[in-house]
Design a protein around this ligand. Structure first.
Ligand SMILES: O=C(O)CCC(=O)C(=O)O
Ligand SMILES: [Fe+2]
Length: 267
């Protein structure tokens, strides 16, 4: 996969997942990631997590079906929503996707409901009378040190409204305003809104949604490294150095009309 990059090797002499900043000397080059969603319009990161039980089940199935013993780090799966009234509720999530992803979509629908606007929720989880759509699920497996270069998901292939799920491990996702959007924002005097880069910590079992500006006017990336520096919880000033484990991300996107032909390079 073109975008995946290996980070600089960084040795660790600690076994714990969360280490005090003061035990680890090499942190000066790391940005301090925030824990709450930054004020990027259309970015939603609800302060709730997927269930441990579902995570365990998905990890077990994904490793067994796709990754164990294979030199593979990416799998693309496709489903199609259907309006056929004889079909059960699962078909509205994306018929053709494996059942553990359908289950995940059901849990996402419930979990996201209170945290995203209604029209976005209706777009991500269409009602029975909505026209059928093709949905892609992309599974990316990152080992410690690996990341993904800054990019905007392909404009001519994917629609607005992207869901990203982090399983088994955490990471930091960096958002940078794309150049044209930065020019447009020159008028804006609000210092916080004018910020061009945000580093956001994505814990295991967290979910994010990219829409509008967050999908089109900001790049997202995962810097390839073995540790992330993260602000303390509850406004605590002490930063934590968090060691990355193996992370599986699952990204759901709608294919644009006519783009539901498999092939080519992903973006
Ligand atoms: O792994 C992630 O969370 C991000 C994946 C991504 O940005 C992509 O596949 O386009
Ligand atoms: Fe992406």
């Amino acid at each position: 996969m073109a975008l995946r990059t290996a980070g600089q090797a960084q040795s660790s002499d600690s076994d714990s997942d969360v280490d005090s900043l003061f035990d680890e000397p090499c942190t000066s080059s790391l940005p301090v990631a925030i824990r709450l969603a930054p004020p990027i319009p259309g970015l939603f990161v609800p302060p709730v997590l997927l269930s441990q039980e579902l995570e365990d089940q998905i990890m077990e199935e994904c490793m067994r079906l796709y990754f164990d013993g294979r030199d593979v780090n990416q799998i693309m799966l496709f489903g199609r929503t259907t309006t056929d009234l004889r079909e059960d509720i699962d078909a509205r999530m994306g018929k053709g996707l494996p059942s553990f992803l359908i289950q995940l979509l059901h849990q996402l629908s419930t979990m996201l409901q209170p945290w995203i606007p209604c029209d976005l929720h209706d777009h991500l989880f269409p009602s029975r009378d909505a026209p059928p759509r093709a949905r892609q699920a992309i599974l990316n497996l990152y080992r410690p040190g690996e990341g993904i270069s800054p990019h905007v998901d392909l404009l001519n292939r994917f629609d607005d409204g992207i869901i990203g799920v982090s399983l088994s491990g955490s990471c930091v996702m960096s958002f940078e305003r794309v150049a044209e959007a930065t020019r447009d924002m020159k008028q804006c005097n609000d210092l916080e809104d004018n910020q061009k880069r945000w580093d956001l910590y994505l814990p295991e079992r967290s979910v994010l949604v990219l829409s509008k500006d967050a999908r089109y006017s900001w790049t997202h990336a995962i810097p390839g490294r073995t540790h992330d520096l993260v602000e303390g919880e509850d406004g605590n000033q002490e930063h934590h150095l968090i060691k990355r484990g193996t992370r599986l991300s699952i990204t759901f996107r709608w294919l644009l009309q006519g783009a539901d032909i498999v092939g080519g390079t992903e973006g």
